[in-house]
Design a protein around this ligand. Sequence first.
Ligand code: SF4
Length: 389
Amino acid sequence: MAIQEASAYFSRELLSWYQRGNRNLPWRRNKDPYRIWVSEIMLQQTRVDTVIPYFERFMAKFPTVQALAEAPEEEVLKSWEGLGYYSRARNLQAGARMVMSLYGGIIPDDKAAVAGLKGVGPYTAGAIMSIAFNRPEPAVDGNVMRVLSRYFCLEDDIAKPKTRVGIEKLAASLIPEGAAGDFNQALMELGALVCTPKSPSCLPCPVMEHCEARLQGRETELPIKTKAKPPRHEYRVAVIVRGSGERADQVLLRQRPENGLLAQMWELPHVLSDDPSGEWFREEAPKEDARLAESLGRELERETGLLIRPTGWLVDEEHVFSHIHWHMRVYVADLGPSEISRGNSLAAESGLAYETGQAQGPYRWMGREALDTLPFPNVFLRILERYWS
Ligand code: SF4
């Protein structure tokens, strides 16, 4: 079949398949560009089933661009807690603030303006422009690259930017007139439900008749994608520092810096161990060893400026980010009571007002209510939930 005919067949059949019935997703209830924007950002790297309850809660809390723009960042991060990739939430809010200041709170029907919003890449810009405004813009993500690579039997490496550009041109050429929004969603839907990464369901596929990969029996070979680098392993030791006296139910938390990984989220004080085969993480290392606790205490003191004394092991946890794999060993600890005077001077240097029991700066004494009010990366949330359970 000639390429033009194969293309026309693809566009026609796919669109008609989508229009015959598609998933009832909350962001498809209307064409509000703000809802589409939020949903597309949440859906990056995250499954639809996971996103739905987050989306509903987020829209209830921040129903408009203005509500999101004016919210404290900590509240936005709290609403994102558990979804991961928190820079998405921060960028979304920064984008909302741009819409307020540059466009009077109205997301413009203008591709260059939408693409210029913080956190909006070519895919998201294409999705907003096509779904909300029905503009014939391609929205090419991994799902779409997989479907088109298979249907047209493309052998270019989809990890390369050049391939994405080529597929964007191809996708744009396939958009049926006046149906950009439905067609782009149809492509995404086919990739998510039918032409799945490992086992595509070719038999019920609406475009199977002329799918070149299926005809050649190569559907599971394509697309070609060079493997991303495996994540770097990091070994970290964290402490739950218990308060005493009237703070007996509280623990010491700290806020991460303004920039970088998990920026401004809350966590337990912890240190990075440079050597995974070093003493804190050796398989045979007893987790309750007093000598290890002492060396860890010294390291924590260097990192935090506080006299932290680990008293017992609590749990080991793991967390995989896209590029880092954290192995975390967690101890329960106290602040050294016999060395309070020294603690005071160290605490003063670190910005922690130890003598009054009021932690300041990046540190804060908090009880269980912290789980409802402060944003935590998942790994610390799991640890704290376990500690307070
Ligand atoms: S026929 Fe199979 S490989 Fe081709 S697009 Fe459909 S599901 Fe994907």
